[in-house]
Design a protein around this ligand. Structure first.
Ligand code: SF4
Length: 261
């Protein structure tokens, strides 16, 4: 199957799941298996998901066998990491995602984590019994979702609702959910307030966390990055109206890479 290697190494990336701390759990290292196809085409994609070959595949993806991925899983268990299926998007590889999840349950009695763009409730229903946690994208308000995800306006509006359904389903099922929203230079306080209102409306709030991800420029995308002082101000305004909503700020290049509010 197609996998995006990490500096040449499929399954080589490790990312701490910071939001666990806000849920009263120890932060775990996620061992990232990054699938090499996506049903979105976000211009700001950090995984080069916007650069496609003539068949629609992500150019940087390579073919990797399931046996090799099982070896990655075995190594993750040895190092006390949690296997996280990511992307591209695992929704493009539902059979393979279930195979890996089943392997982890049957071999190690362990649940896994997933990062998903929120586009498929059906896929998430099948994966949920195998999940300890999930990162689900809520990329923008319905009116801007299509632009941010590189899909049509109508699809974007549908995907927005779908993402909320996915989040609610997972948090109600007892899965820890990290809702992820990119923040750009033109993201306004009103946008974030509307998103906050929609997030808190459904789902089990104790299982939900909201990560704001500060956009940093990627090649061939001329969107502006946000100013950190403005983002911090918006977080404080949102918190003043939604004090129980757990929020994190991720700015990869910042020495305090992750902050909790
Ligand atoms: S959903 Fe994620 S992986 Fe897919 S194109 Fe968008 S940012 Fe990239």
């Amino acid at each position: 199957m197609l996998i995006i290697p990490y500096y040449g190494n499929p399954g080589g990336e490790i990312r701490p799941l910071y939001f666990y701390k806000a849920m009263g759990k120890a932060i775990k290292d996620g061992r990232i298996i990054s699938f090499g196809a996506c049903n979105f085409s976000c211009p700001y994609c950090k995984r080069d998901g916007q650069f496609r070959d003539k068949d629609g595949g992500i150019i940087s993806a390579i073919d990797v066998s399931m046996e090799k991925l099982f070896i990655v899983c075995d190594d993750a268990v040895k190092k006390k990491e949690i296997v996280r299926l990511s992307g591209g998007d695992p929704v493009m590889f539902p059979k393979e995602s279930l195979t890996i999840a089943t392997y982890m349950r049957n071999t190690y009695n362990q649940k896994i984590s997933i990062a998903h763009n929120g586009s498929s409730l059906e896929f998430i229903r099948r994966m949920a019994p195998f999940l300890e946690s999930a990162a689900i994208d809520l990329k923008a308000l319905p009116s801007r979702m299509g632009e941010v995800a590189g899909i049509s306006l109508e699809q974007g509006e549908r995907m927005y609702k779908r993402s909320l359904q996915v989040q609610d389903f997972l948090s109600d099922a007892g899965v820890l959910v990290d809702i992820r929203t990119p923040v750009f230079g033109d993201t306004a306080l009103d946008d974030m307030l509307q998103l906050a209102e929609d997030i808190v409306e459904g789902g089990k709030s104790e299982n939900e966390f909201w990560t704001w991800r500060m956009y940093s420029p990627v090649r061939e995308c001329d969107w502006l990055p946000p100013r950190k002082d403005n983002v911090l101000w918006m977080i404080h305004e949102v918190k003043s109206l939604y004090p129980d909503l757990k929020i994190g700020l991720r700015a990869k290049w910042d020495p305090n890479g992750f902050q909790y509010f």
